[in-house]
Design a protein around this ligand. Structure first.
Ligand code: HEM
Length: 491
């Protein structure tokens, strides 16, 4: 080895040795509070809120063998928006059990954010014109299950919602206009499998909850190496073929110009090569999960809430009648982009559901350096999250009735379901607030208005059950929805 190389090797070795042996200075870290599994998984809101009240604005709590720092509303803004101390991308990767994302040369989460911000939001109206008929067809088919019924009949909502979401997202993402049953099933399965890796159902399984580290290792290998590539192969192959044809012909006309794969190819600046194609396929996998799973869960939440708060239905139908426009081709009443924008009462109801459904820990960040916070120091590499209920239901933010569900609370204000602030962040906050929220709210409105234009909705027993109180964000409630056809459909 020549002297220069020897010096370089020795220097690197010394730096590595120093960084491992360097005495770690004592940090003034927040108190670590023990919360029992029962408290965390059965009544997390009360447990976290009481601990914060007793021990101050920031505490450490072990959950599923992992230390998480929990803050109250006074520090929420700082934690969620101070990118120089708390990283959204790293926090999301860690909480989704995918720290490997942080080792990639490009930021997957940053690229997904850009993809939706640039590829969907600016052309939201056009996208909704394309996707709308798919949502409506699935909801009409579901409503038709109650045709001729004289008493409320049970229907299976979640399945239809997932199919509608999967089919429309296949059109949005890969430009598949006629997705067959297998392709739709593959998209649903991919979203579900990624949700499992991401730990979305981890709180409700005995093994995953009791042996979280072993569970994480096992599930990661099984799902990431075998199951997800297998279920994703049909979608991935379709994208691969499109990209291969582009490489061979130098052209992209065979790819739907409004789909996200087309956007990615254009954004790449040249026809993607092999590694760029793999990256594009990874992004389509990520966006399939991000766009299908959470929106489907929220639609179920909103419809179940409506079914137990039936007093809002007459007003919502009145609103629907007033916002319908006339389809220029058929002359029939139609729901357009403008109709959805004008559905103020429904928007307010959705916002109230998102505010009040009891989210506790929902949006995570990871400290990128030893970060001063609330009189303590959060050590570098720590997960940190504010408790959502303390912001969302705080009387200081929303008045004395802050913890009361008032469906029309936001009508006539500038606060829409998608407009996030320090006191309302179901879509996150700051630079990385969910880029898909405008699309998501429009989809939710479209599905709900379509349904209530044809059927009356009820919950069996007048109630639903929360399956996972610690994850009301992504796990929908359970209950039996019932439909009764309207005498005079509005659509
Ligand atoms: C009601 C449905 C949805 C909810 C409640 C939701 C919520 C969230 C939340 C809380 C975050 C993290 C934000 C943060 O860290 O500050 C997020 C990130 C993200 N969401 Fe959504 N989301 C929904 C629908 C969608 C849809 C339909 C899309 C795509 C079309 C989407 C795409 C993304 C992406 C790409 C990210 C990661 C990048 C980023 O953080 O900017 N989401 N979402």
């Amino acid at each position: 080895m020549d002297p220069t190389t020897t010096c370089a090797v020795i220097s690197i070795a010394l730096i590595v040795l120093y960084s491992f042996t360097r005495p770690r200075k004592e940090l003034n870290t927040p108190p670590i509070i023990h919360l029992s599994d029962e408290a965390l998984f059965q009544y997390p809101r009360q447990a976290y809120e009481a601990a914060l009240q007793q021990h101050g604005s920031v505490i450490g709590v072990y959950r599923k063998n992992r230390l998480e720092y929990i803050v109250d509303e006074s520090l929420a803004l700082q934690v969620l928006t101070n990118d120089s101390l708390f990283s959204a991308e790293r926090g999301t990767a860690a909480i989704l059990n995918m720290p490997i994302l942080n080792a990639l040369p490009y930021s997957l989460i940053g690229s997904l954010d850009k993809l939706v911000t640039k590829g969907v939001t600016p052309i939201l109206e056009r996208q909704l014109q394309r996707l709308g008929p798919i949502f409506q067809r699935h909801m009409f088919e579901l409503a038709a299950k109650a045709d001729d019924a004289k008493a409320p009949v049970p229907v299976e909502l979640a399945h239809s919602v997932h199919e509608a979401m999967a089919q429309s997202m296949l059109l949005l993402i890969i430009g598949e206009k006629e997705a067959d049953h297998d392709l739709i099933a593959a998209a649903i399965k991919v979203a579900f499998d990624v949700a499992i890796v991401a730990g979305i159902y981890q709180n409700i399984g005995y093994w995953s909850r009791t042996f979280p580290s072993t569970w994480r290792a096992f599930i990661w290998i099984r799902l990431m190496i075998f199951t997800i590539p297998w279920t994703f192969r049909r979608i991935g192959w379709r994208v691969w073929k499109d990209l291969k044809q582009a490489r061979e012909t130098g052209k992209t006309d065979h790819i739907d110009p409004d789909c996200l794969v087309h956007y990615l190819v254009k954004d790449n600046g040249r026809i993607p090569g092999f590694t760029e194609s793999i990256w594009i396929i990874s992004l389509t996998l990520g966006i399939t999960f991000a766009s299908i799973h959470q929106t489907s869960a929220v639609i179920v939440w909103v419809i179940y809430e409506l079914a137990v708060r039936r007093e809002y239905l007459p007003e919502l139908r009145k609103e629907l009648s007033s916002i319908l426009e006339t389809d220029p081709d058929t002359g029939k009443p139609a729901l357009t982009f403008a109709s959805l924008r004008n559905a103020e009462l429904l928007d307010s109801f959705i916002r109230e559901v998102l505010r009040m459904k009891g989210d506790t820990i929902a949006v995570f960040r990871l400290s990128t350096k030893d970060a001063p916070l609330g009189g303590y120091v959060i050590p570098k590499g720590s997960l940190i999250t504010p408790i959502a209920t303390l912001s969302h239901e705080n009387p200081k933010n929303w008045g004395e009735d802050a913890n009361k569900f008032i469906g029309d609370r936001w009508v006539g204000t500038d606060k829409t379901a998608a407009s996030v602030s320090t006191s309302y962040w179901p879509f996150g906050l700051g630079r990385f607030a969910c880029p898909g929220r405008y699309l998501a709210v429009a989809e939710i409105k479209l599905m709900i208005l379509t349904l209530i234009s044809r059927v009356d909705i009820f919950m069996e027993g007048g109630k639903y059950e929360i399956i996972d109180p610690l994850n009301t964000v992504a796990v929908p409630p359970r209950g039996q929805l019932l439909f009764l056809p309207l005498e005079k459909p509005l659509l």
